[in-house]
Design a protein. Structure first.
Length: 70
């Protein structure tokens, strides 16, 4: 299981996958907003999204979990 974590502090602007979606390594799964910039967050491994932890609009810190891929 992979836990996709934030690469920087910011606001979760958009979650671009849903629980149950199949994703591939390198695919964008979320977009953070920080200092008026949009930062895509990609999955490091392929698999199925098993749990979305963060919600759109949440402020998260560096290394906070965003979602899980199984």
């Amino acid at each position: 299981m992979e836990v996709v974590k934030a690469s920087m502090a910011g606001t979760v602007w958009k979650i671009v996958v849903a629980e149950g979606d199949q994703v591939t390594a390198g695919q964008d799964v979320a977009i953070l907003e920080s200092m008026k910039m949009e930062i895509p967050i990609a999955a490091e491994e392929g698999g199925v999204v098993t749990k979305i932890i963060a919600n759109e609009g949440d402020f998260i810190n560096l290394d906070d979990p965003i979602l899980e891929i199984g």
